[in-house]
Every structure is written in structure tokens, then in C-alpha cells.
Design a protein around this ligand. Structure first.
Ligand SMILES: Cc1ncc(COP(=O)(O)O)c(C=O)c1O
Length: 423
């Protein structure tokens, strides 16, 4: 039976890959037809945020034009329509990440808010003075600062597992840092600064051996690979809609139901309550207990449309296309004299961070913009990673399903031309 299912999945994947057409996909993203400084846009800043297909844009226009009202509170037709679409998106996300129940899908503003929620709710309830929280040296600031804040509030200690010069987690060191004081492991699934994909299954197994919960920061991983939270067995998984072809302003905290049930609310207000008197408040059930106030309704609906779109293309086909782009871009970049790739992990997602001998990353960014090429230059909200590699910043090209090898050629030509200018 298992073999049959596997065969079925493999057939589905090959079917999806056979029908993958980057030109067809590009036509779904109106912004890709823009000209920047009279040049065709080459958008390679997808790790910061990715562009939106027409289907997502239409879903928002449709909602505001025909179906919009506040959710959960009304019996009138528009409120019912809005609520159905909103809760429909929750179900799509549940399926997309294979959560056990809609109760495990909490809508938040983004990955950042999700980590803060876990730190302040789970953390304050379970982490005390002298306890330890273990992260890695490649975390985004949003998986560092919320834990530092918790440490300030509780007297807990933040431990950081080191990385090697390839930009990979040194797993043995990570294991050595797990102690009988560790109360939480919080790790990035795929690094935004380096592209490294962490061995999250091993990390989770190690932590669970000692009954320590694991939060995975999936902000970068989720647009590039199949996420199955039950197969991973992570306790929390966080991501943002805007990096998943959906709108900004919405993200998801997945948490195992038992953990979420036991956690106190993060914020108080409307919708997260069952009964309020001045003497006391009875909190709502999951997932509403963690969704105080009017949510970002249209953005949630837009995220649902993004999931539909992704399902239609097939995440495996997207992953295969992006892997090809990364291999191609890495090969091209290695041939450029004076270019150094920052982050050469064996397991890597579609991110190429680099520095040039004689050109500051900000100049790279500005000069490439003159050619219509959008990349990111900076510390990528991962200052400790920059410190580790002893660079002030990097230039980062990050790829999405709609990018092409031709665009990578344009990027490489652009880099070569600016190396010539800077001599
Ligand atoms: C790895 C990683 N984690 C977390 C975040 C934070 O996401 P957001 O700003 O959407 O909350 C980002 C954003 O770049 C990221 O790359």
C-alpha cells in the first residue's frame, strides 16, 4: 500500500514537472512585465518577499468587491461569506502543511509575530531563571531577539550552536549544547542569509530524546519544499504569507494541539474570548484563543488563493526548477574572478549570497538596479552571520518559481560589467 502511494506520488510529481512551464507561470505574475529603468525587470529578491500571481490579487479584489464583512461575528450574508473564505483558507493551509487539525493553524502577522507569540506565551509559562534556549548561529533576527527578550524577562540563557565556514550547522556542537537545562530549541529550517537547509529531522529527534520542544522557522523553507509538519514532528512551525506568493500582513503559527491548548493567550481582546465579566474572562477554544481582534481578513483569503495556486503548479516541480536555477547560478558565479559565494552548504535552497573583492554590496545592489535587476544588499537581518563571515553585508540573489536561466545570465553579465567599472 505504502509502495503504491509512493508510486502514485512519484507519478504525480513527474506529471507536475512535465507540465511545469516557466513562461506560463510568468504570465500569471503581472508585475514581471514591468520595466525598471527601461529594462525588463529581473526580480531576484524573492527571499525578502516574492511577487503575487493574478489569482491572489483577484481573490482580494473579489473579497472586497463582493464578499467583505467582519468574520465570525455576524449572521448576515456577507459576514458568512467572509467567514467561509477566511476559514476555508485555514483548511487549505492545514492540508498544505499536513497539520492534524485546523485548531493547530493560528493566523498571525508573519513569522516574526509567530516566534514572539511562542516566546511570550509558551516561553513565559515554561521557561524559568537558569533554563536554556538553544538556537543556531545562522538565525534571522526574528528568531534571536524574541528569545533574548524572554531571557531578559526570566533570567533564562540563550545558547547558540555554531556553524562552519560552509555555512552549515556543526551538528555535533549542537548536540553538545543540549543540556538538562534546555527548555526550547528554535532553529531556522532554511537560512535567508546563506540558503543552508538545516538537518531539521535530526535536530528534532535529538531534542525530543530529551523531551525538548522544537520550533522551526520556516519563513524561507516553505516556498521551496514540501512541508509536512507531522512527518517532521516539529512542535511549532512558523512562516509568512508574503514569501509564499501570498499577501504581506498574514502569517501562520502551526503548533501541536496539546501544546497550544496548554499555552496562555498571547494578546487579549475580541474573538479570543468565550465570556467576559469584570471579574474574569473565559478564553475561546483553539485556534481563536490566539487570534485577538479583527484579523487581516483579505490577506488570509489571499494566502488561501496562493496555496491553491501553489498546489496547481506543484511544490515538487517548483523545487526541481529552483534547484536547477541554483546549480546554474552557482556554476556561473564560481567562474567570476573576485566573486566569493557566502554560504556553500551541501544542502541549500535557492539563495546565492556573495561578495565582490572591490565593490561594496550596496553598490552592487544600486548598480544592478540600473540594469533592471532587483537583488538585496545588506545584512539580511542576520548580523551575527555577517560577523561570522567577517563581511559588513552581502549581495543576495534569491530565486522563485518564475525565474529563468536567462535572468541569471543577465545577473552574471551585470556583475561582470560592474567589476569592470570598479576595476
Ligand atoms: C528565515 C527568516 N525568518 C523570519 C523572517 C521574518 O519574516 P517576517 O518579516 O515576514 O515576519 C524572515 C524574513 O526575511 C526570514 O528570512
Amino acid at each position: 500500500m505504502l509502495v503504491m502511494n509512493k508510486q502514485h506520488n512519484t507519478n504525480q510529481t513527474s506529471k507536475a514537472m512535465a507540465s511545469f512551464s516557466v513562461e506560463k507561470i510568468r504570465a500569471d505574475f503581472p508585475i514581471l512585465a514591468e520595466k525598471i529603468r527601461n529594462k525588463p525587470l529581473v526580480y531576484l529578491d524573492n527571499a525578502a518577499t516574492c511577487q503575487k500571481p493574478q489569482a491572489v490579487i483577484d481573490s482580494i479584489v473579489q473579497l472586497y468587491s463582493h464578499d467583505y464583512a467582519n468574520v465570525h461575528r455576524g449572521v448576515h450574508t456577507l459576514s458568512v461569506r467572509s467567514t467561509d473564505k477566511f476559514e476555508g483558507a485555514r483548511s487549505k493551509i492545514k492540508e498544505f502543511i499536513n497539520a492534524a487539525s485546523e485548531k493547530e493553524i493560528i493566523f498571525v502577522r508573519g513569522a516574526t509575530e509567530a516566534v514572539n507569540l511562542v516566546a511570550q506565551s509558551y516561553g513565559k509559562a515554561n521557561i524559568k531563571h537558569g533554563d536554556e534556549i538553544l538556537i543556531t548561529a545562522m538565525e534571522h533576527h526574528s528568531n534571536i531577539v524574541p528569545w533574548q527578550m524572554l531571557c531578559e524577562q526570566t533570567g533564562a540563557v540563550l545558547k547558540v550552536a555554531p556553524i562552519n565556514t560552509q555555512g552549515e550547522l556543526i551538528f555535533s556542537e549542537f548536540e553538545n549544547l543540549i543540556s538538562d537545562k534546555t527548555r526550547m530549541v528554535s532553529v531556522v529550517h532554511m537560512s535567508n542569509a546563506l540558503g543552508t537547509v538545516n538537518p531539521v529531522k535530526n535536530i528534532i529527534a535529538s531534542a525530543h530524546d530529551r523531551n525538548i520542544p522544537v520550533l522551526l522557522d520556516g519563513a524561507q523553507a516553505i516556498p521551496h519544499m514540501k512541508i509536512d509538519v507531522r512527518d517532521l514532528d516539529c512542535d511549532f512551525y512558523v512562516f509568512s504569507g508574503h514569501k509564499l506568493y501570498g499577501p504581506s500582513g498574514v502569517g501562520v503559527l502551526y503548533g501541536k494541539q496539546g501544546l497550544l491548548e496548554a499555552m496562555p493567550p498571547y494578546q487579549g481582546g475580541g474573538d479570543m474570548i468565550r465570556k467576559v465579566t469584570f471579574a474574569e474572562t473565559e478564553y475561546n477554544t483553539l485556534p481563536y484563543k490566539f487570534e485577538a481582534g479583527t484579523p487581516s481578513i483579505a490577506d488570509v483569503v489571499g494566502l488561501g488563493a496562493a496555496i491553491d495556486y501553489l498546489n496547481e503548479i506543484g511544490i515538487e516541480a517548483i523545487a526541481a526548477h529552483e534547484a536547477e536555477l541554483l546549480t546554474y547560478a552557482t556554476g556561473q558565479a564560481r567562474q567570476i574572478k573576485g566573486l566569493k559565494i557566502i554560504g556553500e552548504a551541501a544542502e541549500k535552497g535557492a539563495i546565492l549570497s556573495f561578495v565582490l573583492d572591490k565593490v561594496h554590496p550596496h553598490d552592487i545592489g544600486t548598480m544592478l538596479d540600473n540594469l533592471g535587476i532587483a537583488i538585496r544588499a545588506g545584512h539580511h537581518c542576520a548580523m551575527p552571520v555577517m560577523d561570522f563571515f567577517k563581511v559588513p553585508a552581502t549581495a543576495r540573489a534569491s530565486f522563485a518559481m518564475y525565474n529563468t536561466k536567462q535572468e541569471i545570465d543577465v545577473l552574471m553579465e551585470g556583475i561582470k560589467s560592474l567589476i569592470e567599472v570598479f576595476g
